[in-house]
Design a protein around this ligand. Sequence first.
Ligand code: ALA
Length: 391
Amino acid sequence: MHIKEDFPVAQKVVYLDSACMSLKPLQVVNKIREYYEEYTACAGRSHHKLGERVTREVANARKSFQDLISARKPEEIVFTKNSTESINLVANSLSLKQGDIIITSDKEHNSNLLPWQFLSRKKGIKHIIVSTEGDFIANLEEKMNENVKLVSLAHTSNLDGTTIPAKEVIEIAHEHGALVMLDAAQSVPHKEVNVRRLDVDFLAASGHKMLGPTGTGVLYGKEELLEQLEPFIVGGDTVKNTTYESYEMMPIPEKFEAGLQNYAGIIGLGEAVKYLKKIGYKKIQAIEAKVNKGMTEAVIDLGGEIIGPVDYEKRSGIVSFIIKNTDVHQIALLLNELGRVMVRSGMHCVHSWFNAHGLRGSVRASAYLYNDEEDVEKFAETLEKVVKLVA
Ligand code: ALA
Protein backbone atom coordinates (compact mmCIF):
# COMPACT_ATOMS: atom_id res chain seq x y z
CA MET A 1 0.00 0.00 0.00
CA HIS A 2 1.42 3.39 -0.96
CA ILE A 3 0.16 5.69 1.74
CA LYS A 4 1.56 8.79 0.05
CA GLU A 5 -0.80 8.28 -2.89
CA ASP A 6 -3.70 9.18 -0.63
CA PHE A 7 -2.13 12.53 0.32
CA PRO A 8 -1.84 14.98 -2.58
CA VAL A 9 0.14 17.55 -0.56
CA ALA A 10 2.72 14.95 0.57
CA GLN A 11 3.49 14.28 -3.10
CA LYS A 12 4.24 17.94 -3.81
CA VAL A 13 6.39 18.90 -0.83
CA VAL A 14 8.40 17.29 1.94
CA TYR A 15 5.87 17.85 4.68
CA LEU A 16 7.43 17.63 8.15
CA ASP A 17 5.06 19.79 10.16
CA SER A 18 2.49 17.23 11.22
CA ALA A 19 2.78 18.07 14.91
CA CYS A 20 1.12 21.34 13.96
CA MET A 21 -1.26 20.15 11.25
CA SER A 22 -1.55 16.75 9.65
CA LEU A 23 -2.30 16.37 5.97
CA LYS A 24 -5.66 14.90 5.00
CA PRO A 25 -6.15 11.77 2.90
CA LEU A 26 -8.45 11.93 -0.11
CA GLN A 27 -10.89 9.68 1.74
CA VAL A 28 -11.45 12.43 4.32
CA VAL A 29 -11.70 15.17 1.70
CA ASN A 30 -14.25 13.11 -0.25
CA LYS A 31 -16.29 12.37 2.83
CA ILE A 32 -16.55 16.09 3.57
CA ARG A 33 -17.44 16.83 -0.04
CA GLU A 34 -20.13 14.14 0.10
CA TYR A 35 -21.77 15.93 3.05
CA TYR A 36 -21.85 19.21 1.14
CA GLU A 37 -22.94 17.66 -2.15
CA GLU A 38 -25.46 15.11 -0.94
CA TYR A 39 -26.90 15.74 2.47
CA THR A 40 -26.12 19.19 3.85
CA ALA A 41 -28.54 19.45 6.77
CA CYS A 42 -28.75 19.60 10.57
CA ALA A 43 -28.29 16.67 12.91
CA GLY A 44 -30.64 15.75 15.72
CA ARG A 45 -33.62 17.91 14.88
CA SER A 46 -34.87 17.72 11.28
CA HIS A 47 -37.08 14.73 10.60
CA HIS A 48 -36.42 14.47 6.91
CA LYS A 49 -34.13 12.08 5.07
CA LEU A 50 -31.19 14.48 4.87
CA GLY A 51 -31.37 15.38 8.55
CA GLU A 52 -31.63 11.74 9.51
CA ARG A 53 -28.52 10.92 7.51
CA VAL A 54 -26.51 13.67 9.23
CA THR A 55 -27.68 12.39 12.62
CA ARG A 56 -26.59 8.87 11.67
CA GLU A 57 -23.20 9.93 10.28
CA VAL A 58 -22.42 12.05 13.35
CA ALA A 59 -23.35 9.09 15.59
CA ASN A 60 -21.07 6.84 13.52
CA ALA A 61 -18.19 9.29 13.93
CA ARG A 62 -18.74 9.38 17.68
CA LYS A 63 -18.78 5.59 17.84
CA SER A 64 -15.58 5.38 15.75
CA PHE A 65 -13.79 7.72 18.12
CA GLN A 66 -15.12 5.82 21.12
CA ASP A 67 -13.65 2.59 19.70
CA LEU A 68 -10.36 4.26 18.85
CA ILE A 69 -9.65 5.24 22.44
CA SER A 70 -11.61 2.35 24.02
CA ALA A 71 -14.09 4.55 25.86
CA ARG A 72 -16.97 2.72 27.54
CA LYS A 73 -19.78 4.61 25.83
CA PRO A 74 -20.23 6.93 22.85
CA GLU A 75 -21.74 9.49 25.25
CA GLU A 76 -18.27 9.92 26.75
CA ILE A 77 -17.11 11.54 23.50
CA VAL A 78 -17.87 15.27 23.27
CA PHE A 79 -17.11 17.01 19.98
CA THR A 80 -15.27 20.30 20.31
CA LYS A 81 -13.24 22.61 18.05
CA ASN A 82 -9.84 21.31 19.15
CA SER A 83 -7.86 20.18 22.22
CA THR A 84 -7.69 23.78 23.40
CA GLU A 85 -11.47 23.99 23.61
CA SER A 86 -11.62 20.58 25.30
CA ILE A 87 -9.20 21.70 28.01
CA ASN A 88 -11.03 25.01 28.44
CA LEU A 89 -14.30 23.13 28.79
CA VAL A 90 -12.92 21.17 31.74
CA ALA A 91 -11.21 24.20 33.27
CA ASN A 92 -14.42 26.23 33.14
CA SER A 93 -16.80 23.46 34.11
CA LEU A 94 -15.09 21.76 37.04
CA SER A 95 -16.27 23.23 40.28
CA LEU A 96 -13.02 24.67 41.56
CA LYS A 97 -12.64 27.11 44.42
CA GLN A 98 -9.99 29.28 45.96
CA GLY A 99 -7.11 27.23 47.32
CA ASP A 100 -7.72 24.19 45.08
CA ILE A 101 -4.53 23.09 43.36
CA ILE A 102 -4.07 22.26 39.69
CA ILE A 103 -0.82 20.63 38.61
CA THR A 104 0.72 20.85 35.17
CA SER A 105 4.28 20.23 33.96
CA ASP A 106 6.94 22.72 32.87
CA LYS A 107 6.53 21.65 29.25
CA GLU A 108 2.89 22.41 28.51
CA HIS A 109 1.47 23.89 25.36
CA ASN A 110 -0.17 27.28 26.01
CA SER A 111 -3.54 25.48 25.78
CA ASN A 112 -2.76 23.64 28.98
CA LEU A 113 -1.20 26.63 30.70
CA LEU A 114 -3.40 29.66 30.08
CA PRO A 115 -6.69 28.15 31.26
CA TRP A 116 -5.05 27.55 34.66
CA GLN A 117 -3.36 30.95 34.75
CA PHE A 118 -6.77 32.51 34.08
CA LEU A 119 -8.38 30.46 36.85
CA SER A 120 -5.64 31.50 39.26
CA ARG A 121 -6.45 35.12 38.54
CA LYS A 122 -10.23 34.74 38.48
CA LYS A 123 -10.88 32.19 41.23
CA GLY A 124 -7.69 32.10 43.26
CA ILE A 125 -6.89 28.48 42.44
CA LYS A 126 -3.24 27.55 42.91
CA HIS A 127 -1.36 26.41 39.82
CA ILE A 128 1.73 24.32 40.53
CA ILE A 129 4.25 23.37 37.87
CA VAL A 130 6.14 20.11 38.17
CA SER A 131 9.54 19.81 36.50
CA THR A 132 10.00 17.16 33.82
CA GLU A 133 13.75 17.27 34.43
CA GLY A 134 15.15 14.35 36.42
CA ASP A 135 12.62 11.90 37.85
CA PHE A 136 9.22 13.23 36.83
CA ILE A 137 7.29 10.76 38.97
CA ALA A 138 9.29 11.67 42.09
CA ASN A 139 8.85 15.37 41.28
CA LEU A 140 5.12 14.86 40.94
CA GLU A 141 4.78 12.83 44.13
CA GLU A 142 6.51 15.56 46.06
CA LYS A 143 3.84 18.10 45.04
CA MET A 144 0.79 15.91 45.59
CA ASN A 145 -1.51 16.57 48.55
CA GLU A 146 -5.23 16.50 49.30
CA ASN A 147 -5.80 19.98 47.83
CA VAL A 148 -4.72 18.88 44.36
CA LYS A 149 -7.95 18.55 42.38
CA LEU A 150 -6.58 17.95 38.90
CA VAL A 151 -3.31 16.92 37.28
CA SER A 152 -3.41 18.10 33.67
CA LEU A 153 -0.51 17.01 31.46
CA ALA A 154 0.57 16.74 27.85
CA HIS A 155 0.67 13.02 27.13
CA THR A 156 3.22 13.43 24.35
CA SER A 157 5.08 16.72 24.17
CA ASN A 158 4.77 18.82 21.01
CA LEU A 159 8.09 20.36 21.96
CA ASP A 160 10.34 17.30 21.96
CA GLY A 161 8.11 14.27 21.29
CA THR A 162 8.64 12.61 24.67
CA THR A 163 5.77 10.79 26.36
CA ILE A 164 5.03 10.82 30.08
CA PRO A 165 4.43 7.56 32.01
CA ALA A 166 0.68 8.23 32.02
CA LYS A 167 -0.39 5.08 33.85
CA GLU A 168 1.92 5.79 36.78
CA VAL A 169 0.92 9.46 36.89
CA ILE A 170 -2.76 8.52 36.98
CA GLU A 171 -2.25 5.98 39.76
CA ILE A 172 -0.41 8.50 41.90
CA ALA A 173 -2.98 11.23 41.30
CA HIS A 174 -5.87 8.90 42.10
CA GLU A 175 -4.17 7.74 45.32
CA HIS A 176 -4.32 11.39 46.38
CA GLY A 177 -7.92 11.85 45.26
CA ALA A 178 -7.07 14.02 42.24
CA LEU A 179 -8.44 13.73 38.72
CA VAL A 180 -6.21 13.51 35.66
CA MET A 181 -6.60 15.09 32.25
CA LEU A 182 -4.30 14.15 29.39
CA ASP A 183 -3.68 16.57 26.55
CA ALA A 184 -3.46 13.82 23.95
CA ALA A 185 -3.18 16.07 20.89
CA GLN A 186 0.22 14.57 20.06
CA SER A 187 -0.39 11.02 21.25
CA VAL A 188 -3.76 9.85 19.88
CA PRO A 189 -2.70 10.52 16.25
CA HIS A 190 0.39 8.34 16.65
CA LYS A 191 -0.11 5.62 19.25
CA GLU A 192 -2.73 3.47 20.88
CA VAL A 193 -4.34 5.26 23.80
CA ASN A 194 -6.75 3.16 25.83
CA VAL A 195 -8.63 5.38 28.25
CA ARG A 196 -10.05 2.43 30.15
CA ARG A 197 -6.70 0.75 30.70
CA LEU A 198 -5.15 4.08 31.70
CA ASP A 199 -8.16 4.91 33.89
CA VAL A 200 -7.76 8.53 32.81
CA ASP A 201 -10.56 10.92 33.78
CA PHE A 202 -10.44 13.39 30.88
CA LEU A 203 -8.60 13.41 27.59
CA ALA A 204 -8.36 16.14 24.96
CA ALA A 205 -7.57 15.49 21.30
CA SER A 206 -7.50 17.51 18.08
CA GLY A 207 -8.92 16.20 14.82
CA HIS A 208 -6.62 18.32 12.65
CA LYS A 209 -3.51 16.53 13.93
CA MET A 210 -4.93 13.07 13.20
CA LEU A 211 -5.84 13.34 9.51
CA GLY A 212 -9.14 15.05 10.28
CA PRO A 213 -10.48 18.45 9.27
CA THR A 214 -9.49 21.71 10.95
CA GLY A 215 -11.85 22.91 13.65
CA THR A 216 -12.52 19.45 15.04
CA GLY A 217 -11.59 18.02 18.41
CA VAL A 218 -12.76 15.75 21.16
CA LEU A 219 -13.10 15.78 24.89
CA TYR A 220 -13.32 12.35 26.44
CA GLY A 221 -14.60 12.23 29.99
CA LYS A 222 -15.74 9.40 32.22
CA GLU A 223 -19.53 9.28 32.11
CA GLU A 224 -20.02 10.03 35.80
CA LEU A 225 -17.68 13.02 35.63
CA LEU A 226 -19.22 14.52 32.49
CA GLU A 227 -22.61 14.20 34.12
CA GLN A 228 -21.41 16.32 37.03
CA LEU A 229 -19.88 19.06 34.87
CA GLU A 230 -21.80 22.21 34.08
CA PRO A 231 -21.49 23.16 30.42
CA PHE A 232 -19.73 26.48 29.87
CA ILE A 233 -21.38 27.28 26.55
CA VAL A 234 -25.15 26.83 26.44
CA GLY A 235 -27.88 27.43 23.88
CA GLY A 236 -29.55 25.52 21.06
CA ASP A 237 -29.24 21.73 21.23
CA THR A 238 -28.09 21.69 24.86
CA VAL A 239 -31.63 21.72 26.26
CA LYS A 240 -34.69 19.50 26.03
CA ASN A 241 -37.12 22.24 26.91
CA THR A 242 -37.25 25.83 28.12
CA THR A 243 -39.77 28.29 29.53
CA TYR A 244 -39.10 32.01 30.01
CA GLU A 245 -37.86 31.17 33.49
CA SER A 246 -36.40 27.68 33.33
CA TYR A 247 -34.64 25.05 31.27
CA GLU A 248 -34.19 21.30 31.20
CA MET A 249 -30.73 20.25 30.04
CA MET A 250 -30.01 17.47 27.57
CA PRO A 251 -27.96 14.51 28.83
CA ILE A 252 -24.28 14.07 27.92
CA PRO A 253 -22.78 14.62 25.39
CA GLU A 254 -25.36 16.99 23.89
CA LYS A 255 -25.38 19.32 26.87
CA PHE A 256 -21.83 20.33 25.90
CA GLU A 257 -22.40 20.68 22.16
CA ALA A 258 -24.15 24.02 21.91
CA GLY A 259 -25.48 25.40 18.65
CA LEU A 260 -25.21 23.99 15.16
CA GLN A 261 -22.14 21.82 15.01
CA ASN A 262 -19.37 21.38 12.47
CA TYR A 263 -21.14 18.38 10.93
CA ALA A 264 -18.92 18.19 7.86
CA GLY A 265 -15.89 18.30 10.14
CA ILE A 266 -17.17 15.71 12.61
CA ILE A 267 -18.11 13.34 9.78
CA GLY A 268 -14.68 13.95 8.19
CA LEU A 269 -13.05 13.18 11.53
CA GLY A 270 -14.94 9.89 11.66
CA GLU A 271 -13.46 9.05 8.26
CA ALA A 272 -9.98 10.03 9.48
CA VAL A 273 -10.36 7.62 12.39
CA LYS A 274 -11.40 4.90 9.95
CA TYR A 275 -8.27 5.58 7.89
CA LEU A 276 -6.02 5.47 10.97
CA LYS A 277 -7.53 2.16 12.01
CA LYS A 278 -7.03 0.75 8.52
CA ILE A 279 -3.29 1.53 8.59
CA GLY A 280 -2.93 0.66 12.28
CA TYR A 281 -0.81 2.26 14.99
CA LYS A 282 1.86 -0.44 14.74
CA LYS A 283 2.64 0.49 11.17
CA ILE A 284 2.36 4.23 11.88
CA GLN A 285 4.89 3.96 14.70
CA ALA A 286 7.27 1.90 12.59
CA ILE A 287 7.18 4.52 9.80
CA GLU A 288 7.70 7.40 12.22
CA ALA A 289 10.58 5.67 13.99
CA LYS A 290 12.36 5.04 10.70
CA VAL A 291 11.88 8.61 9.52
CA ASN A 292 12.89 10.06 12.88
CA LYS A 293 16.04 7.89 12.95
CA GLY A 294 17.11 9.32 9.60
CA MET A 295 16.27 12.90 10.52
CA THR A 296 18.03 12.59 13.89
CA GLU A 297 21.20 11.23 12.26
CA ALA A 298 21.19 14.09 9.77
CA VAL A 299 20.81 16.71 12.52
CA ILE A 300 23.58 15.18 14.63
CA ASP A 301 25.93 14.78 11.65
CA LEU A 302 25.52 18.47 10.93
CA GLY A 303 26.32 19.48 14.52
CA GLY A 304 22.74 20.15 15.62
CA GLU A 305 21.70 19.99 19.26
CA ILE A 306 18.57 17.98 19.92
CA ILE A 307 16.00 19.14 22.46
CA GLY A 308 15.08 16.19 24.65
CA PRO A 309 16.70 12.75 24.54
CA VAL A 310 19.10 11.98 21.70
CA ASP A 311 17.50 8.55 21.30
CA TYR A 312 14.94 8.96 18.51
CA GLU A 313 12.86 6.10 19.90
CA LYS A 314 11.94 8.26 22.87
CA ARG A 315 10.72 11.15 20.70
CA SER A 316 7.78 9.78 18.70
CA GLY A 317 8.03 11.35 15.20
CA ILE A 318 9.52 14.64 16.40
CA VAL A 319 13.04 16.02 16.16
CA SER A 320 13.34 19.48 17.63
CA PHE A 321 16.78 21.03 17.27
CA ILE A 322 19.01 24.04 17.36
CA ILE A 323 22.09 24.76 15.28
CA LYS A 324 24.43 26.99 17.25
CA ASN A 325 24.71 30.61 16.19
CA THR A 326 21.92 30.33 13.64
CA ASP A 327 18.41 31.69 13.58
CA VAL A 328 15.71 29.01 13.74
CA HIS A 329 13.36 30.87 11.40
CA GLN A 330 16.10 31.38 8.85
CA ILE A 331 16.77 27.64 8.85
CA ALA A 332 13.07 26.87 8.34
CA LEU A 333 12.76 29.43 5.54
CA LEU A 334 15.82 28.08 3.75
CA LEU A 335 14.68 24.46 4.10
CA ASN A 336 11.53 25.57 2.30
CA GLU A 337 13.36 27.67 -0.32
CA LEU A 338 16.07 25.17 -1.18
CA GLY A 339 14.19 21.89 -0.93
CA ARG A 340 10.48 22.48 -0.36
CA VAL A 341 10.99 20.96 3.10
CA MET A 342 8.29 22.23 5.48
CA VAL A 343 9.17 22.35 9.17
CA ARG A 344 8.10 24.59 12.03
CA SER A 345 10.43 27.03 13.81
CA GLY A 346 9.98 29.07 16.96
CA MET A 347 8.59 28.24 20.37
CA HIS A 348 5.80 25.91 19.22
CA CYS A 349 3.29 27.46 21.68
CA VAL A 350 5.51 26.36 24.59
CA HIS A 351 6.95 29.85 25.17
CA SER A 352 7.13 29.24 28.92
CA TRP A 353 9.64 26.41 28.56
CA PHE A 354 11.85 28.26 26.07
CA ASN A 355 11.78 31.43 28.16
CA ALA A 356 12.71 29.48 31.30
CA HIS A 357 15.66 27.96 29.41
CA GLY A 358 16.81 31.23 27.85
CA LEU A 359 16.23 29.88 24.33
CA ARG A 360 14.63 31.69 21.43
CA GLY A 361 13.10 28.59 19.90
CA SER A 362 13.97 25.51 17.88
CA VAL A 363 13.52 24.04 14.45
CA ARG A 364 11.04 21.18 14.64
CA ALA A 365 10.60 18.46 12.04
CA SER A 366 7.65 16.19 12.77
CA ALA A 367 6.79 13.08 10.80
CA TYR A 368 3.64 11.14 10.17
CA LEU A 369 2.48 8.07 8.30
CA TYR A 370 2.83 9.63 4.83
CA ASN A 371 6.56 10.39 5.21
CA ASP A 372 9.12 8.02 3.76
CA GLU A 373 12.80 7.45 3.02
CA GLU A 374 12.69 9.88 0.12
CA ASP A 375 11.57 12.64 2.53
CA VAL A 376 14.39 11.78 4.91
CA GLU A 377 16.96 12.04 2.11
CA LYS A 378 15.58 15.36 0.96
CA PHE A 379 15.54 16.67 4.53
CA ALA A 380 19.17 15.58 5.12
CA GLU A 381 20.47 16.92 1.82
CA THR A 382 18.65 20.26 2.15
CA LEU A 383 19.67 20.74 5.79
CA GLU A 384 23.28 20.23 4.75
CA LYS A 385 22.96 22.97 2.12
CA VAL A 386 21.30 25.28 4.63
CA VAL A 387 23.95 24.71 7.29
CA LYS A 388 26.70 25.44 4.76
CA LEU A 389 25.01 28.73 3.96
CA VAL A 390 24.28 29.98 7.46
CA ALA A 391 26.60 28.37 9.99
N1 ALA B 1 0.41 22.42 18.89
C1 ALA B 1 0.78 22.82 17.58
C2 ALA B 1 2.25 22.69 17.34
O1 ALA B 1 2.95 22.19 18.16
C3 ALA B 1 0.26 24.16 17.25
O2 ALA B 1 2.71 23.10 16.31
